[in-house]
Design a protein around this ligand. Sequence first.
Ligand SMILES: Cc1cc2nc3c(=O)[nH]c(=O)nc-3n(C[C@H](O)[C@H](O)[C@H](O)COP(=O)(O)OP(=O)(O)OC[C@H]3O[C@@H](n4cnc5c(N)ncnc54)[C@H](O)[C@@H]3O)c2cc1C
Length: 383
Amino acid sequence: MKRQLYTADHEAFRATVRAFLEKEVLPHYEQWEKDGIVSREVWLAAGRQGLLGIAVDEEYGGGGNPDFRYASVLAEEFTRAGTPGLAIGLHNDIIGPYLTSLGTEEQKRRWLPGFCSGETVTAIAMTEPGAGSDLQGIRTTAEDRGDHWILNGSKTFISNGILADLVVVVARTTPEGGAHGLSLLVVERGAEGFERGRNLDKIGQKSQDTAELFFNDVRVPKENLLGELNGAFVHLMTNLAQERMAIAVAGIAAAEHLLEITTTYVKEREAFGRPLSRLQHIRFEIAEMATECAVTRTFVDRCIEEHSDPDGAGLDAVHASMAKWWATELQKRVADRCLQLHGGYGYMSEFPVARAYTDGRIQTIYGGTTEIMKEIIGRSLLG
Ligand SMILES: Cc1cc2nc3c(=O)[nH]c(=O)nc-3n(C[C@H](O)[C@H](O)[C@H](O)COP(=O)(O)OP(=O)(O)OC[C@H]3O[C@@H](n4cnc5c(N)ncnc54)[C@H](O)[C@@H]3O)c2cc1C
């Protein structure tokens, strides 16, 4: 079915993203995978190309274009290229909205120009060794000392953790406040007592620097409180819908791409004197996956449309959760079946299907696990 979502402007943007990937990302990607981190230069190149801060107002150096369809084109192209290590989507679609929607005028002037140029790489630090799905378990504390906070604690699994110059940290500002005792504090590179731990060794997305962060008596100025005091939980709930949509967009794009490369493979690979694609089992596998992808594509595109509506309130948390769990679980199933259809070659790292299998496995976990998505949906229906 022809997609109805994009205009000629979106397609022109797609061409720009593809050219950027060809020139600035793909020639270096293998090296970054070995290094466990992408270069700082590629962030600056992305800034020059106008790929950072697309939704940020022009007065702060951004693209001035809040249409989520541009974010979705970017996610689709990075997924097709197999380059999730350069986490531009996280920077733009997940951290960007916290700065633009919650930042004061002074904070926006301080942080957004670097955000858009690529000089300031960002991260968000919610997860702790003892608290992931259950954010109420957060133990990082920020003690009020008049004109500043003293931050203590540690975070783990933080994407862009090594490169980040600005980290939005979720910390407890009211000890007995439960979920409503948490605030967002911005910690900047160079703050005394802010240390990075290991660049974690993962099974996929090797070039994405996912790290531990430590805060030992870090002095955070009061001017770095983002949003309302004790308001983090509400801010997170508001912004997590877009995070989940961005992950869902990548999920269906990955499934479609896997199907495409596997369809080509089974037409070329021969067994028992004929191409695999002549065997009924293989044909049914491809037919089933194509059907599941088409059905999912329709739903995700409708969600993107709703989320991009300039007159709407954005996609609600429940539908974003549905899109996230469904599209990423589909991605996981399709990756497994496509790898199987490649036989032994599917297990070889040099084959794109193998990389997509390991890179994609995290999708049902980060941004809220499948089980937490179902909890959110269930709660909306059953209380
Ligand atoms: C590569 C990578 C990148 C990441 N990037 C970031 C980042 O940038 N910033 C950040 O803050 N975090 C990040 N994370 C952390 C990620 O969001 C968490 O790992 C995730 O939310 C799950 O938390 P957890 O690992 O503590 O698992 P747990 O919460 O311990 O969950 C373990 C299992 O129990 C299940 N479970 C938990 N609660 C329930 C429930 N109520 N009902 C049913 N089942 C339940 C879960 O679904 C899961 O299957 C990243 C993680 C990885 C691996």
